[in-house]
Design a protein around this ligand. Structure first.
Ligand code: ATP
Ligand code: MG
Length: 397
């Protein structure tokens, strides 16, 4: 008998042909987060062997693996019916001592060679428990505790509770994308949702040195460390010193369009980086109608500069919803620090809320030095790598 975590993954179970690929990725991701604990695949389940590791520590890490629907802490026993009954008794003893009065046994027999079927296991193990603890009664509809028994080909898994996790898809199965990460509340949450749908991400941030300081860089890296908890391997974070582009736009374009033009430059630079790194989409924290830059026509004008798919996971969110998630995942406290991503001096006083793409393209054409400046700041990009996992560390390259 040994302690295990039993991980279940409902959504992946539905993926038919892709199942093997998803499972392989999920196991890889689980392994990278629970190492040095060992991991086994069991049909529709992943079993983490606690071994000499601290179960509390392992448990706290499991929430960082997207793709797990729920988990149980429990035990693995060999195909030995007597041993199974003894274990059920131990569980009942513990629950009785905590004051529980009703229970049920719910067995599943995935391994059909096992000599008892699930009904027999329910009945016989239940009766065995009742013999020893007559103060207990069986309640099949609303028991105070359950003894879950999952008979698998190589072992029997026993557990009492299921704890829900985030679900989603294992990071990596949906491909790779680039997150436009500002220091605000929205974009880290957008990145989190993108990862939850199986995207592996890198991040890009545009800063305005020397008006933005090292503190802004640190803030971005700290946001990255939170996101990196969900990333198997390392999280690559790119920082672009954007000031020359911003200054040029500010000085040479109509003020009301400067925001859109800056965003278009960001898009082009991000797209360059994405193409070089084989990242297939760009993710932003935009939501519809929140601010001037996020009207449909302005979004269209910004998107026009890219040519890649732009994903906006938060499009249907209002600020309260986004804030709630930001608090839950731990980015909120970092996002509200006062260190800005981009100097306010470059923001227009009255940004246009609707614009015509052709007008924007015309204005842009007259900004002759823009392509060179964009390439120049692109070449000055800095790369930071955050090692993943619960103890995320940063290092610069
Ligand atoms: P956030 O809370 O994510 O900063 P926001 O509500 O401030 O978003 P905008 O300022 O319009 O909205 O930014 C929209 C999106 O554009 C951001 O969510 C982010 O993805 C991207 N973005 C904005 N500024 C930057 C920046 N300096 N570096 C990288 N991405 C940025
Ligand atoms: Mg912002």
């Amino acid at each position: 008998m040994e302690p295990v975590f039993i991980l279940r993954y409902a959504e992946i179970g539905l993926k038919g042909k892709n199942r093997e690929f998803f499972e392989k990725k999920l196991i890889e991701n689980v392994l990278s987060i629970v190492r040095p604990a060992a991991v086994n695949k069991r049909y529709g389940r992943i079993v983490v062997r606690v071994g000499r590791n601290d179960p509390n520590e392992l448990e706290s890490r499991l929430r960082y693996v997207f793709g797990i629907q729920n988990y149980s802490y429990g035990w693995s026993v060999p195909h030995d019916y007597e041993l199974l009954k003894q274990l059920a008794l131990e569980i009942a003893r513990e629950k009785v001592s905590q004051g529980f009065k009703t229970f049920k046994v719910s067995a599943k027999r995935g391994y059909k060679e096992f000599p008892k079927n699930s009904l027999e296991i329910n009945r016989e193990v239940g009766a065995f428990v009742l013999e020893h603890f007559p103060q207990l009664t069986v309640d099949v509809h609303n028991p105070e505790f359950q003894i879950g028994i999952d008979v698998r080909e190589k072992e029997i898994l026993v557990f009492t509770e299921k704890h829900a996790l985030y679900g989603g898809l294992p990071v990596g199965v949906s491909g790779k994308a680039l997150l436009l990460l500002s220091g605000g509340i929205d974009s880290p949450v957008a990145g989190w949702y993108a990862m939850k749908r199986g995207l592996e991400i890198q991040t890009i941030t545009f800063l305005s040195p020397p008006m933005t300081t090292e503190k802004s860089v640190q803030k971005i890296l700290d946001l990255g460390k939170v996101l990196a908890r969900y990333v198997p391997g390392t999280l690559k974070m790119w920082i672009i010193p954007f000031t020359p582009v911003q200054m040029y736009i500010k000085e040479n374009a109509p003020d009301e369009y400067s925001l859109i033009l800056q965003r278009r430059s960001m898009m082009r630079i991000a797209t360059m980086l994405a193409r070089r790194n084989k990242l297939k989409a760009i993710i932003t924290g935009e939501t519809l109608g929140q601010v001037a830059s996020q009207t449909l026509s302005n979004m269209a004008a910004i998107e026009d500069a890219s040519g890649l798919i732009i994903l906006r996971p938060l499009v249907g969110f209002d600020k309260l919803e986004t804030t709630k998630v930001a608090k839950e995942i731990g980015t909120f406290e970092i996002s509200i620090l006062p260190y800005i991503d981009s100097c306010v001096a470059f923001a227009p006083k009255h940004p246009a809320t609707s614009c015509n793409i052709n007008t924007i393209r015309e204005i842009e054409k007259r900004l002759e030095k823009l392509p060179d400046l964009e390439y120049e700041v692109f070449k000055k990009r800095e790369l930071f790598k955050i090692t993943s996992g619960p103890m995320a560390q940063e290092s610069q390259f």
